[in-house]
Every structure is written in structure tokens, then in C-alpha cells.
Design a protein around this ligand. Structure first.
Ligand SMILES: CC(C)(COP(=O)(O)OP(=O)(O)OC[C@H]1O[C@@H](n2cnc3c(N)ncnc32)[C@H](O)[C@@H]1OP(=O)(O)O)[C@@H](O)C(=O)NCCC(=O)NCCS
Length: 222
């Protein structure tokens, strides 16, 4: 996916598509050092979502589903989801379906065998154990981002659901290949998964239910 640069000062004036599937990378460097995470995330969401909803940023109302998934409490508002990691935040905005997103740093140290036994299926843990260390770490992060993005689209949270979402064990940068999903997630054909690289240091997955459009990527700049 190609990422378009979008200057912060132009955000309020940008015209958003009527049925967006837009992914925004918002680098940490755009915020003053003294802001707290909460202030930073709230500012990002309000600034970005105001033009999609057609209301002033301060007038946006957010509510949360039972397991904490935030949504806009306005008629016909788009769905959105956010992931926050070292380096920046990734936000997806979509109309007509549900979206989830997870982003991790590619160089993140992970105790692969231990975490795979804890969170993944036995078959996935066995497949990871057969890989060399570097491939196992990449494949582990690929699985993690795909599973967590899927859980965030449904809003269930990861507990009890991470192992029910199964994907091919793959160390490449290809799109996640869905193998199985929880019974309450709907049919597999309703789902589409995209692998994203908002920076060379990050890997992310966008999970979409009932959204077949090709996502557009934007990097917010100073
Ligand atoms: C939600 C969860 C997947 C987030 O994981 P993470 O890697 O720590 O964080 P990320 O940066 O990727 O995402 C955090 C953002 O996801 C969103 N989010 C929170 N809960 C969510 C959910 N259930 N589904 C989808 N998105 C959610 C929020 O925007 C959150 O930002 P916030 O903390 O500013 O509100 C994880 O914490 C989880 O599984 N929580 C379950 C919570 C739960 O079941 N609570 C029960 C309450 S009754």
C-alpha cells in the first residue's frame, strides 16, 4: 500500500471519501514531550475523526462497548480503531463494516516459545519451533498482529479469543492467510486482512469485516 503524506495543518480541510477505508499513521514526534498518553490519543482521535463526522473536534462523543472497544456515538458515524506503539499510533477509519488494527515494532524482543505456548494453538507453537530464531520472531509477530487485529475488530478482547483466530504461520510480509475463526465472528468470507508497514520499523495488520475496499494510507506530517 502506498502511504500519502498529509500535513497536520491540512487535516481539518481534507475531504474524506464518502465510504472511507483510511489508515492513518501519526508519529509520536508530532506531540510535545509533556503530553500524557491519554491527552495524545484523545487529541489524535478528535482531530482525525472530526472531518469524517462533520462536527467540531470538541463536540465528538465517544462511548465504549462491553469489552472496552471505543466507538463514535453519532448517527452514521464511521467505525474506527486505534493501536498505539513506540514510535506512533495507527488509526483506521471505515464506513459500513468493522475494523481492527494492531501494530508492533519489528525489532521487539519476544520470548517466542513461551508466549506461543501461552497464547497460540499447539500446531502454531510447533510450527514456530521448527523455524530459525529470526524467522520464528517474525512469524510470531505476524501471527500476533493478525490475531489481535481480528479480536479488535470484533471487540472481544484477546482473552479466550487469540487462539481461536488461526492464521498460516508465515515469516514473510504477505497478507495474513486466515485458517479458522471463532464461531461468533461470522463467516470467513466476510473477512479481509491487510499487512501494513507504516514505517520500515513497524509491522501492522488491518482486519476488516464486511469491507472489501482497498485501504488508503496517510502519514501525518508536521
Ligand atoms: C484491547 C486490547 C486488545 C488492546 O491491546 P494493546 O496491545 O494493549 O493496545 P493497542 O495499542 O493495540 O490498542 C489500544 C486501543 O484499542 C482500543 N480498544 C480498547 N479495548 C478494545 C476492544 N475490546 N476491542 C477493540 N479495540 C479496543 C482503544 O482505542 C485502546 O486505546 P485506549 O487505551 O486509549 O482506549 C487488549 O488490552 C484486550 O484484550 N483487552 C481486553 C479488555 C477486556 O476484555 N476487558 C473486559 C472489561 S469488562
Amino acid at each position: 500500500m502506498h502511504w500519502h503524506a498529509m500535513a497536520l495543518r491540512d487535516l481539518a480541510h481534507c475531504r474524506n471519501a464518502a465510504a472511507p477505508l483510511d489508515v492513518w499513521w501519526w508519529p509520536d514526534a508530532l506531540h510535545p514531550d509533556h503530553t500524557t498518553r491519554r491527552e495524545r490519543i484523545d487529541a489524535i482521535l478528535r482531530t482525525l475523526l472530526a472531518s469524517y463526522v462533520g462536527r467540531p473536534a470538541a463536540a465528538l462523543r465517544f462511548e465504549r462497548e462491553a469489552h472496552g472497544r471505543p466507538f463514535l456515538a453519532h448517527d452514521h458515524a464511521p467505525d474506527f480503531n486505534l493501536t498505539d506503539t513506540v514510535g506512533g499510533a495507527l488509526i483506521v477509519v471505515a464506513a459500513g463494516g468493522r475494523v481492527g488494527v494492531d501494530c508492533e515494532r519489528g525489532d521487539r524482543h519476544v520470548p517466542v516459545a513461551k508466549l506461543a505456548r501461552r497464547w497460540y494453538t499447539t500446531a502454531e507453537a510447533t510450527a514456530l519451533a521448527a523455524l530459525d530464531d529470526a524467522s520464528a520472531r517474525r512469524a510470531f509477530l505476524n501471527l500476533w498482529t493478525a490475531k489481535e487485529a481480528a479480536c479488535k475488530a470484533t471487540g472481544t478482547g484477546i482473552f479466550g479469543y487469540l487462539s481461536a483466530w488461526r492464521f498460516a504461520v508465515d515469516a514473510s510480509a504477505a497478507a495474513p492467510q486466515l485458517r479458522d475463526l471463532p464461531t461468533d465472528a461470522g463467516e470467513a468470507c466476510r473477512w479481509k486482512f491487510h499487512r501494513l508497514a507504516p514505517t520500515p520499523a513497524h509491522t501492522a495488520v488491518l482486519a476488516c469485516r464486511d469491507l472489501l475496499a482497498t485501504p488508503r494510507g496517510f502519514v501525518v506530517t508536521a
